[in-house]
Design a protein around this ligand. Structure first.
Ligand code: ASP
Length: 306
């Protein structure tokens, strides 16, 4: 059997508030490790990249240190509104949900869109209804919002700012399984103090999330508006397919395009050979990798994985 690889991220940003907070950093590392172990378990049993990225993201959605599922940021109206997408490299199958509120695991709702409908992206109440019918756990949105997120919203409302840098942020996962298939997944509460109804790049196929067998699986993170305008995830595929670039250069070139538009971002990507690239132009991007038979390794800042 061939080798597998799984990579996860916990959102690009400065993570400045965590610089001197060893316990806070450990919570993020622990969260990444748990997600990597969950996905690694799936892959080492011969499971699919699709199942692995879904399981890894579900673990991160359950962890309130990250801006996804429980612990999602609040919009200007004080509500959680979450986006998620999942994509399978085989035949470019994809599903996504946007602006959902009552779902504990938006990533599984995205998968339900992919598997149970002829559509790719469903938003709002109908997406919530579909998820419930598919057996995805319902939750009272009040339970998703933590006290820390309520305090954050009060600060941002006072400062009249929309914020991206959440300590632990948006989550994503990419994987190559033992059969050579690629998959990508992303889940997020988006930007804190965003306008109600705002949808970011994460559920937009080709912008924040992309997978095409033989080439790459990508999950991007950073300012969603710029990632959409640069179409980051698909841009990486195009640079490989049309430009003949190797994965790392393709990923850095896509981030350079975001920089030209005036922003900083990051991404995790894996190609059909199991090469992983995790570039970021922010100060930090919590991230980690798990390979066949190796313990998962993580990093937050510009440092080696360990
Ligand atoms: N890209 C996400 C969004 O704009 C945010 C992030 O990656 O932190 O919704």
């Amino acid at each position: 059997m061939s080798e597998f690889v799984l990579a996860v991220h916990g959102g690009a940003g400065s993570m400045r508030r965590l610089r001197d907070d060893a316990a806070g950093q450990e919570r993020i590392r622990d969260g990444l490790r748990g997600a990597l172990r969950a996905g690694q378990g799936v892959l080492s049993d011969g499971g699919s990249a699709l199942d692995a990225v879904e399981q890894a993201v579900r673990v991160l959605e359950s962890n309130e240190a990250f801006n996804a599922g429980r612990g999602s940021v609040l919009n200007r109206a004080g509500e959680v509104e979450m986006d998620a997408a999942i994509m399978c490299g085989e035949k470019h199958r994809a599903g996504a949900v946007a602006a959902v509120r009552t779902i504990l695991h938006p990533i599984s709702a995205a998968r339900a869109v992919m598997e149970r409908t002829p559509h790719v992206l469903i938003a709002g109440l109908p997406a919530e209804k579909l998820a419930l019918e598919a057996g995805v756990e319902e939750v009272d949105p009040e339970e998703l919002a933590t006290d820390e997120r309520r305090r954050q919203l009060r600060r941002l409302r006072a400062a009249k700012r929309v914020d991206l840098d959440h300590g632990g942020s948006t989550v994503g996962a990419v994987a190559l399984d033992r059969s050579g298939h690629l998959a990508a997944a992303a889940s997020t509460g988006g930007m804190a103090n965003k306008l109600p109804g705002r949808v970011g790049d994460s559920p937009i196929i080709g912008a924040g999330t992309w997978a095409a067998d033989g080439r790459c699986a990508v999950s991007a993170t950073g300012p969603g508006e710029l990632i959409m305008r640069a179409c980051v995830a698909h841009e990486i595929d195009a640079a490989i397919r049309l430009g003949g670039l190797e994965l790392g250069r393709a990923a850095s070139a896509a981030l350079a395009m975001v920089a030209q538009l005036g922003g900083r971002a990051g991404c995790i990507a894996v190609d059909g050979n199991g090469t992983v690239a995790m570039p970021f132009t922010t100060e930090a991007m919590p991230r980690g990798v798990a390979r066949t038979g190796e313990p998962p390794r993580q990093a937050i800042y510009d440092e080696e994985l360990r």
